[in-house]
Design a binder for this molecule. Structure first.
Ligand code: SF4
Length: 270
């Protein structure tokens, strides 16, 4: 977040401003697809395997049970049904791509990890949620991450990604025996899986990048310098802080927002 808009980072992590969020259809679609695949793999681990039709039915049931009229559908041409179909297609693509599901075994779904990076006697703590950690027949661990977004990045883009390598560090710290790990990004709308292995050198480089970024954040804190990046690439249309951001529109008061000063933490969210 800091790299996209330091001002938004300040609102969230320095000022700890609480925002009453209105869920949008993209977030909802992602959460229902994730929940469906979590159920699927939990059941598979217990020996129950859904058919494709059964899994689509589960997805549809979860969607119908959880859908609320208050969910924002900010698309001029599409209604909620369109997005429901997109999610259904994600499930179908996943199923068809991985069936018969015998390449690996699930260790855990929705696994919370707490990677730590140390530098000059300081310890920096992070947290992340792995969609599915699995192990294959050769004993290699795989971190699976589900994406339901509209963009399909290249391998080159993903090599610069820090999220999954950081999860890898977390897994290696939790399961010390897990030396070799494959990172698997599932771009569900496209039925594409991109797999990358980060070796020790790659991970050290990611660690250095993260430490550099933390130092930049610390300097920003000292100088109280958190520029707003509207017009410079920030995704303001999706920002939770539009109502209080001077750059978005004239300040309209702080209704619905309140700082939470009781939470002083050392955790970093990048
Ligand atoms: S509205 Fe745009 S400029 Fe303002 S905090 Fe959000 S992302 Fe940054």
């Amino acid at each position: 977040m800091f790299e996209e808009c330091p001002r938004a980072y300040k609102f969230k992590y320095i000022d700890k401003i609480r925002v009453k969020k209105r869920q949008n259809v993209y977030g909802f679609l992602g959460s229902i697809v994730h929940e469906t695949l979590e159920e699927f793999h939990k059941d598979l681990k217990k020996g129950k395997k859904y058919s494709l039709e059964g899994l689509i039915e589960l997805y549809s049931k979860l969607w119908n049970e959880k859908w609320k009229e208050s969910i924002k559908v900010s698309h001029p041409d599409h209604n909620p049904d369109h997005f429901k179909k997109v999610g259904g297609q994600c499930i179908k693509n996943y199923y068809e791509k991985l069936s018969p599901f015998n390449k690996d075994e699930t260790v855990k779904t929705e696994l919370r990890v707490h990677p730590t990076i140390k530098k000059d006697g300081k310890e920096y703590n992070f947290q992340g949620l792995i969609d599915r950690l699995a192990i294959d027949k050769k004993g290699q661990y795989i971190i699976h991450d589900y994406k339901t977004g509209k963009n399909l990045p290249s391998r080159t883009d993903l090599i610069k990604n820090r999220q999954l390598p950081l999860y890898q560090i977390g897994v290696q710290q939790k399961y010390t025996f897990s030396e070799n790990i494959v990172l698997a990004w599932h771009y569900l709308r496209f039925g594409e899986i991109i797999k990358i292995e980060f070796d020790k050198e790659n991970l050290d480089s990611i660690r250095r990048d993260i430490i550099d970024l933390i130092q930049i954040i610390e300097e920003a804190k000292e100088e109280n310098n958190f520029p707003a990046m509207r017009e410079k690439g920030a995704n303001c249309g999706w920002c939770d802080y539009q109502k209080i951001c001077q750059e978005w529109k004239p300040h309209s008061g702080n209704e619905g927002f309140k700082p939470n000063q009781s939470q002083q933490k050392l955790e970093y969210f990048l």
